[in-house]
Write a protein that binds this ligand. Structure first.
Ligand code: ATP
Length: 304
């Protein structure tokens, strides 16, 4: 797999406090990487480091294969578009004026592409309306539009759905999906709401107390959180053979336990197993919901 961002043992210390404590993460090219953790886990700190706003105390990272200590890291960073904490927009300006200003800052030779960006984020009809009169969702989309001005292929969004109403959340989600699919932009999106990220991320990194506790694909997360029947039998080799014959999907956990992703007819199953001297000891429904999985990853006590 090709990675846009790879960090190794990244640390950031503020006086006696370790905001990042040996963080190792890998953002696959083309993914929507859901960076998930409680408030204060270190998400913004990681983003600030990668964008070059702060330096790590220890460890390092590679952006497009370039080490953070290499001079050409600046070139790699130019490929990033970022909205960190609050969108950096001028509230006294219209949407078009904001983008023109960003074009000037980036030293772009013409204003070509501004209409297209505004259309992409759904702000093409805002005319003379100043950003201060925009809804929170519109401001967030304008922030994303500004970050798209340099034509980045890696977009970093820090809690972009924070405080948005349901309509605003849907709009941001659809925009991110569009940018990822149509423009092939890799997206790193941080949030403390797994439920929201689960609807769009293709890859997940769970962060707790400054380190990644687990990275997994959306398929792996779905499998973990899927409802299933957990069977305790005397021999899972026999069980596997019988389940294959019944064409049921399953995962063998150990020699006595397996998860079956459908409700099998237990009488039929028991009879088939008995023929090969295998006994069903217990059957229980197993449902690892997203939320309980999240809490098992990042701890629940001070979950925000
Ligand atoms: P949130 O969603 O609340 O922003 P986060 O996961 O993004 O959470 P960070 O903003 O990265 O968390 O902060 C991680 C920890 O580092 C927090 O406990 C924060 O108080 C601390 N921290 C961040 N910046 C500084 C700083 N400049 N000086 C001291 N401590 C800091």
């Amino acid at each position: 797999m090709e990675y846009i961002l790879k960090t190794t043992g990244l640390c950031k210390q503020y006086k006696n406090f370790m905001a990042l404590n040996g963080l190792t993460m890998n953002v696959p090219k083309g993914s929507i990487y859901g960076f998930i953790g409680k408030n204060g886990a270190g998400k913004t700190t990681l983003i600030r480091l990668v964008c070059g706003l702060q330096n790590p105390t220890e460890g390092g990272y590679e952006l497009y294969g370039i080490k953070n200590t290499d001079k050409s890291i600046l070139k790699s960073r130019r490929r990033i578009g970022a909205v960190i904490e609050t969108p950096s927009i001028y509230t006294e300006m219209t949407a078009v004026e904001n983008l023109k200003q960003q074009y000037r800052i980036l030293g772009l030779p013409s204003f070509d592409g501004i209409d297209e960006i505004l259309k992409l984020v759904g702000l093409e009809d805002t005319g003379k309306k100043k950003a201060k009169n925009f809804s929170l969702g519109m401001r967030q989309r304008l922030g994303i539009a500004v970050s798209l001005c340099g034509n980045p292929d890696f977009l970093v969004l820090d809690e972009p759905i924070n405080g948005l109403d349901p309509q605003g959340i849907v709009e941001i989600r659809e925009l991110i999906l569009r940018l990822n699919k149509e423009r092939k932009i890799t997206v790193l999106i941080s949030s403390h709401i797994l439920d929201e990220l689960a609807k769009l991320a293709t890859y997940f990194g769970f962060i707790d107390k400054g380190r990644i506790v687990r990275e997994m694909s959306a398929e792996e997360l779905e499998a973990v959180c899927r409802k299933c029947m957990r069977l305790n039998v005397t021999d899972t080799t026999v069980l596997a053979k019988v389940l294959d014959d019944m064409q049921l999907e399953y995962t063998i956990i150990d020699d006595k336990h397996a998860d079956v992703y459908a409700k099998p007819n237990i009488t039929q199953l028991s009879l088939a197993l008995a023929k090969d001297n295998c006994e069903v000891l217990t059957v229980e429904e197993h449902d690892e919901s997203l939320e309980s999985f999240y809490l098992s990853m990042v701890g629940g006590a001070d979950h925000a």
